[in-house]
Design a protein around this ligand. Structure first.
Ligand SMILES: [Zn+2]
Length: 103
């Protein structure tokens, strides 16, 4: 879908409506092991936590059945930079679209 490059939007820092520059949030490449992954790697071998870790259930392992209904579109992640105070706000709720073009 087409989306305007500049949009009039409420700025919570200026506390009024002002023009905002629209851009997409680029996700940066993460390191091989971050804090969360290190914790997970530690916990994997320990057998800590609640439940049986999904080992003995009625459903087979995820590799045993085919997943269907995969979505073709991605949710948007937009950022709005205020033209007055130059602060950036991230959109609260993304919407689904196959392709996003700024015009
Ligand atoms: Zn502002």
């Amino acid at each position: 879908m087409k989306y305007p490059k500049k949009i009039n939007r409420y700025c919570k820092y200026c506390k009024k409506y002002s023009e905002h520059k629209v851009g997409e949030v680029k996700n940066k490449e993460r390191g091989a092991l971050k804090h969360g992954s290190i914790q997970r790697a530690k916990k994997r071998g320990l057998g800590v936590g609640m439940g049986n870790k999904g080992k003995w259930g009625s459903k087979p392992a995820i590799s045993k059945f085919k997943r269907t209904g995969a979505k073709l579109s991605k949710k948007t992640n937009l950022k709005f930079t205020c033209e007055v105070c130059k602060k950036t706000l991230i959109q609260k709720k993304g919407f689904r679209t196959k392709k996003l073009v700024f015009e």
